[in-house]
Design a protein around this ligand. Structure first.
Ligand code: C2E
Ligand code: CA
Ligand code: CA
Length: 749
């Protein structure tokens, strides 16, 4: 369902783009662009902050405000100002909660500057054109379209527009004109209409003092990618004879040169006699506007045009989208099945009828579809989806409701006797024959009995999604029925996430340090930094409980950066106290590690603290090593180039193969404390620990044992050839003051 979270292909593009955008070194300024995320799905919040979190636009970082319902959003908006963008979910408490909120923002609160980007789970939820026009909605996207790259582009362009609007808000009237113009344009369908509209609006913006035309380069033939000359697709009166002609035929060399210059530079061109506005390349269309302005435009006119353009570039992208969306308000264009909107209607009707008793709603999510799509191509992926849809129709079409509700998610609703996990899974038992290829698919299913639902259709839908997510995390290729406990659990997790966020912001998190010792000499070689959270009520929440929530919500990226920096600064302080060989080990989560700005974070921590890289050790877990081997190898390589050391934590609990390990450039293996714990008395032999030690030795890696609690364990480990350890036998994790006191009792290394 949630396409924001799985777009690994896009992430790579994103990286490239990042480099292009971030040409200037990051300069922290005091103010940030404030972005408000309003969405009832915490995943969307985390995915968004994760995607945008550390980005800077024009040297200003982004900061986020979060609301999980329209009601919460109202409370926040009443008290906040300077919000640049609202990223708004259309469907929340009610189907139109999002649009009602927009009306509240624009009309009741009178906030005209803030840019609004609407997001919705499904195409069927396109807002009415009237709404777009009346409420000055900047942009409209389905969530599946908002991959990282697109999100970033949409946000960047909205911020530019916001900035310009703020800059000229003195000229209110002109601004209103632009906003009216751009929203009217959003309603136009088809490129030619759009171009004509753009031209009309520009001419009226410039008080009818100008003539001009719009031209594009168009792809004539998709297969050969043949591109035509610049063609005039819209023209004002003075140029109307040249409509649909190439500029080579219609215009003189000077005009042609100006157009080419603007396109090449990808920029507007202001000349003494004329102006060329460049609208960027959108969907293979290089939209360019030539204006016979006659004299140099004044600064205000230029600014107005620029605001207009930045609003329009987004509009252009939407022209095609919005028009097709409205044609398909209720049906999925690919498979011809109902879409989510239609399903919700039927669902609401069923919930209100006696049929509720005995009806089951299920969501069927195809496993690894994204990978299949990437491997075999999108066209093939589409065919595959159609094949699945067809099979669903064949088997359930007569007496059940079917819909496609996400890129690779189908909904099926019907009598309990029909809609069962067995019946659905049976559908996937035979392979699919698509385009002469045989593909075996599997699916994960979330189900809900409508009798277990209290609210309306969207509530029931949400519950099914919760069950689906549960089925995915607990057993692939399986299924789960929604239970009321699941709802409670999710709410609890969201509550904890809020608490954690404010604990982090209010500096209620801190680090403790657990020494790592050489068992032969008893000397401390270094320490592992471990995070602690003490709540306002004085309760300690163990990291095993809150780290997963931090990871799930994306908060780990910021928290992890803070841990890293604090640990580096502490290391430098320790060195200044004479512990010059001290090593500091820092835990790093998968989400941090795979974040596109992780290396920058690392650089910055080293640079700001002046910590020597070879005294810093990052602990990654073995399961991370399995997740995305290619990314891991690449990132490890970059880390090693910085001189930072890497160890594999909890070693032995994952599934690393020897060959896999050999490929990884790591310095140390950390034997998981479960295996140390096995060394109990003479009968518990610790054979796994022994094996890990031998493995490490054969790969020339250092070995450290964690969770060493008894001298017996220490001696056994020493006899295996493992010399380094960490554990209660030597010391518990300590506050930094206690660490210094503890170190004093040892001789200086
Ligand atoms: P871990 O990285 O395996 O950390 C070692 C854990 O073992 C620590 O628990 C430590 O207090 C505990 N321990 C140390 N010696 C002994 C012993 O002799 N006996 C026993 N029974 N336990 C021992 P802690 O501090 O509760 O941390 C739990 C986990 O939370 C860590 O496991 C790590 O996965 C995560 N974590 C802690 N701090 C951070 C952090 O800053 N960032 C990230 N990403 N994860 C962290
Ligand atoms: Ca660790
Ligand atoms: Ca560990």
């Amino acid at each position: 369902m949630n396409a924001l979270t799985h777009s690994s292909e896009d992430d790579l593009i994103f990286l490239d783009e990042l480099e292009a955008y971030e040409t200037s070194p990051i300069v922290k300024t005091s103010s940030t662009w404030r972005i408000m995320i309003i969405d009832d799905d915490p995943d969307v919040h985390s995915a968004t902050t994760f995607a945008l979190g550390s980005l800077e636009i024009q040297s200003r970082a982004l900061s986020f405000l979060h609301a999980y319902s329209a009601a919460e959003a109202r409370d926040i908006l009443e008290n906040e100002s300077d919000i640049a963008i609202i990223l708004l979910d259309v469907v929340m408490e009610q189907e139109d909660a999002g649009l009602q909120l927009v009306s509240y923002v624009r009309k009741t609160l009178g906030m005209a500057d803030v840019r609004i980007i609407l997001r919705t789970g499904q195409p069927g939820y396109a807002p009415e054109i009237d709404a777009i026009r009346d409420y000055d909605i900047n942009d409209y996207k389905t969530k599946s379209e908002l991959t990282r790259t697109k999100l970033y582009t949409a946000v960047t362009s909205a911020i530019r527009s916001y900035e310009q609007i703020c800059a000229i808000s003195t000229s209110r009237r002109a601004l209103e004109l632009i906003i009216k113009a751009s929203t009217e344009l959003l309603a136009l369908q088809g490129l030619q209409n759009f171009a004509t509209g753009v031209l009309q609006q520009i001419i009226s913006l410039l008080a009818n003092q100008t003539e001009g035309f719009v031209c594009t380069k168009q792809v004539l033939d998709e297969t050969t990618n043949e591109i035509n000359e610049l063609t005039i697709i819209a023209a004002s009166n003075g140029f109307s004879d040249y409509l649909n002609q190439s500029i080579n035929e219609a215009t003189n060399a000077t005009i042609q040169a100006s157009l080419h210059q603007a396109i090449q530079a990808r920029h507007h061109l202001y000349q003494s006699e004329s102006t060329v506005l460049y609208f960027g390349n959108i969907k293979n269309q290089d939209l360019t506007v030539y204006l016979n302005t006659g004299l140099h435009l004044n600064e205000l006119d230029k600014r107005l045009l620029e605001v207009f353009c930045s609003n329009i570039s987004v509009g252009l992208d939407n022209v095609m989208l919005t028009s097709s969306l409205h044609n398909y308000a209720f049906y999925d264009p690919l498979t011809g099945l109902s879409n989510r909107l239609k399903l919700l209607q039927t669902l609401n009707e069923t919930l209100d009828s006696p049929l509720k008793q005995g009806t089951v709603l299920s969501l069927i999510d195809i496993d690894h579809f994204a990978e299949t799509n990437d491997a075999l191509g999108h066209q093939f992926g589409d065919l595959l989806l159609c094949a699945v849809a067809q099979r669903l129709v064949n088997i359930f079409g007569n007496d059940c409701q079917l819909a496609r509700v996400g890129s690779d998610t189908f909904a099926l609703m019907g009598k309990e006797t029909r809609v069962s996990p067995d019946a659905i899974l049976a559908l996937f038992s035979l392979p699919f024959d698509v385009d002469n290829q045989v593909v075996q698919l599997s699916a994960t299913i979330g189900l809900v009995k409508l009798m277990d639902c209290d609210g309306d259709g969207s509530e029931a839908f949400k519950n099914t999604n919760i069950a689906l997510k549960r089925a995915k995390t607990h057993h692939r290729s399986g299924y789960a029925y929604f239970t009321r406990d699941m709802g409670v659990e999710i709410r609890e997790r969201v509550r904890m996430m809020h608490k954690l966020r404010s604990a982090f912001e209010n500096e209620h998190l801190f680090l403790v340090f657990q020494p790592q010792v050489d068992m032969r000499t008893g000397q401390a070689l270094g320490a592992e930094a471990l995070i602690r959270w003490k709540t306002e009520e004085g309760e300690f929440i163990p990291p095993d409980q809150f780290i997963p929530i931090a990871e799930y919500s994306g908060l780990i990226v910021n928290i992890g950066e803070w841990v890293l920096r604090s640990a580096c600064f502490e290391l430098v302080h320790l060195r200044s106290c004479g512990y010059t060989n001290f090593q500091m080990a820092v835990n790093v989560s998968q989400a941090q590690f795979s974040h596109p700005l992780f290396m920058q974070t690392l650089h910055r921590a080293l640079h700001d603290s002046k910590a020597p890289p070879d005294c810093i050790e990052l602990e990654i877990t073995e399961s991370m090593a399995m997740e995305d081997p290619d990314l891991l190898i690449k990132t490890l390589h970059q880390i090693k180039q910085l001189g930072i050391r890497v160890s594999i934590d909890d070693f032995g609990t994952g599934f690393s193969s020897l060959s896999h390990l050999q490929k990884l450039d790591v310095d140390k293996l950390k034997i998981d404390r479960a295996f140390v714990n096995e060394i109990k008395d003479s009968s518990g032999d610790g054979s796994i620990a022994k094996m890990v030690v031998q493995l490490g030795q054969s790969l020339n890696m250092e070995i450290i044992a964690e969770g060493v609690e008894t001298t017996m364990q220490a001696e056994t480990l020493l006899s295996f050839g493992c010399h380094l350890a960490q554990g209660y036998l030597y010391s518990r994790p300590m506050a930094k003051e206690d660490l210094y006191a503890w170190l004093k009792t040892k001789s200086l290394p």
